[in-house]
Design a protein around this ligand. Structure first.
Ligand code: AHM
Ligand code: MG
Length: 333
């Protein structure tokens, strides 16, 4: 059955919204609803920790590196623990694939969902009070419930997502997610401890006036990317780059724009990770009327080979992504 797209009023609590959506499926077991609530709850806890950064000893690195050789921040690890615990207690998730861990973490072997997550993206920005985010994708496991959970359960194309979303810890905290029937955003009201529907049925503008890219890396960009950037400048577009993916994406989703992280000399496959950074945003942007590609094909069509694989990433307003493609179709990386 089609989920109803009857708009619920602004101010509807996230819990009520999830419950209403579940009522559209008479045979739904409520597991996905519970799973979304668990993620939202962990987001509240992480939000609280982030707001204390600077006052207690949770900023800075711990002296270890993750599987990708990047310094782990204290809050990276804390956020990973908070989300893992919430999903473990909830019981709906068989395993978690996290940016912070080399392998999948099996938590409830008989559960039907698997979650790919970046618990805290852009965490090096916390030390300077810049917005950060959580990104998540939910899949049905491929194996039977009685089989052993394996890495193959996580290696699914983004098209298979049951839900995808992010939490942006910004000037206010907002949870944005889709289950494949539109995109909705819920702003967190900390004094009440609730998320409220603030951005119903989000649609990205067809075109925009913002381009977001780390231009410091331009000596390593392809000719196609450089030509496209020249065009953006010639047209007087605004360059906006926070360096925190969720924040850059959220702004472009609301205002219209394009975010680019191409392959470079340092990151020949691109920097961003397919499973837990590109896929959730690609699902959201397509549901909002936008596009997301690796320069050759839709992000959601890529079949992953490894958990932490990277991809070039171009996402945003559909006309801008289409135009970019005309510039980069002959690129050789
Ligand atoms: P992280 O997962 O280590 O936090 O890195 C991902 C971040 C994204 O939030 C952001 O879009 C990108 O790295 C910025 O990279 P750069 O500093 O190369 O522009
Ligand atoms: Mg990340």
């Amino acid at each position: 059955m089609e989920q109803s797209r009857i708009a619920l009023p602004i101010g509807t609590t996230l819990d009520r919204f999830i419950k209403k959506k579940q009522e559209d499926f008479p045979f739904a077991t409520g597991e996905l609803s519970q799973l979304l609530r668990d993620l939202a709850l962990a987001g509240k806890v992480v939000n609280r920790e982030i707001n204390k950064a600077g006052l207690v000893d949770i900023i800075g690195t711990v002296g270890t590196q993750n599987i990708q050789g990047e310094d782990q921040q204290k809050l990276d690890i804390l956020a990973d623990i908070r989300f893992s615990r919430a999903l473990q207690k909830g019981g709906e998730v068989c395993a978690i694939a996290s940016e912070e861990n080399e392998n999948i973490n099996i938590i409830n072997p008989q559960a039907k969902y698997i979650v790919c997550i970046d618990p805290l993206d852009g965490s090096s920005n916390i030390n300077v009070n810049v917005s950060v985010g959580t990104l998540f994708s939910i899949y049905r496991r491929k194996s039977e419930l009685t089989d052993q959970v394996s890495i193959q359960d996580a290696l699914q194309p983004g098209q298979n997502q049951v839900a995808g979303g992010y939490i942006l810890y910004g000037s206010s905290t907002i949870l944005v997610y889709t289950t494949g029937n539109g995109v909705n955003g819920f702003t967190y009201e900390p004094s009440l401890g609730e998320y409220f529907l603030s951005h119903p049925d989000m649609i990205i503008p067809e075109n925009g006036s913002i381009y977001s890219i780390n231009e410091g890396a331009s000596p390593h960009f392809s000719d196609g990317i450089l030509d496209y950037l020249s065009l953006c400048k010639k047209r007087g577009l605004s360059s906006r780059y926070i360096g925190s993916l969720v924040a850059d994406f959220h702004r472009n989703l609301l205002k219209g724009g394009i975010f680019l992280y191409p392959a470079t000399k340092f990151y020949p496959e691109g920097k961003l990770r397919l499973l837990y950074e590109c896929n959730p945003l690609a699902f959201i942007v397509e549901q909002a009327g936008g596009k997301a590609t690796n320069g050759e094909k839709c992000i959601l069509d890529i079949l992953p080979d490894t958990l932490h694989q990277r991809s070039p990433f171009f996402i945003g307003s559909p006309k801008m992504v289409d135009e970019l493609h005309n510039f980069i179709k002959h690129d050789r990386f």
